[in-house]
Design a protein around this ligand. Structure first.
Ligand SMILES: [Zn+2]
Length: 80
């Protein structure tokens, strides 16, 4: 699912968690463009995410400002 704002992604995550899903936050590095998935389920790190490829920290602010960076949720263990 593609989400366009931070408020939306949080609302979506809460809804999925309420339905028993395990959510992982996916983001695209603002520096090198590699797409990565957070290892922590059901959490959004407000301080940002470190890219495993280039070491750049992509913050939620970067993500919100740059729509092309893109971010999304991956849900696992969805029950219904
Ligand atoms: Zn990177």
């Amino acid at each position: 699912m593609n989400i366009t704002s931070l408020g939306e992604i949080i609302a979506q995550m809460n809804e999925l968690i309420a339905r028993g899903a395990e959510c992982y936050f996916k983001f695209t590095c603002a520096s090198c463009g590699v797409r990565q998935t957070s290892e922590t389920p059901n959490a959004i790190h407000l301080h940002g995410y470190k890219c495993e490829e280039c070491g750049n920290i992509t913050t939620l602010n970067d993500i919100e400002l740059n729509g092309s960076a893109g971010f999304m949720l991956v849900a696992r263990k969805e029950t219904e």
